[in-house]
Design a protein around this ligand. Structure first.
Ligand SMILES: [Zn+2]
Length: 93
């Protein structure tokens, strides 16, 4: 069973959370000048690494706050969590 350590609530079952996608995406400020292909890339293309991945998570059945997590997608383990606005922590390789 996967547990996720919410930065405010501590360890909780994964079923209390909702996945929010890739973390640290930059908003596109040139949207009106992009081609359709470039706009589609911005909207739909995401990294999909086999390994450490920075993700957004929402504690839907808890404190109802968003936070970021570093999760290894290969082992499905959460290596670190951090609050929005905090610097992405370094995790061991
Ligand atoms: Zn929480």
């Amino acid at each position: 069973m996967l547990t996720i350590p919410c930065p405010w609530c501590g360890d909780r079952d994964v079923h209390e959370f909702r996945y929010g996608g890739e973390a640290h995406l930059k908003r596109e400020s040139r949207a009106d000048t992009l081609s359709d292909a470039e706009w589609a890339d911005f909207l739909f293309l995401r990294t999909n690494p086999k390994g450490d991945h920075a993700e957004r998570w929402y504690h839907a059945h808890g404190c109802r706050r968003w936070f970021n997590a570093i999760r290894n997608t290969h082992t499905d383990t959460v290596l670190a969590v951090y609050k929005p606005g905090e610097k992405k922590p370094e995790v061991r390789k």
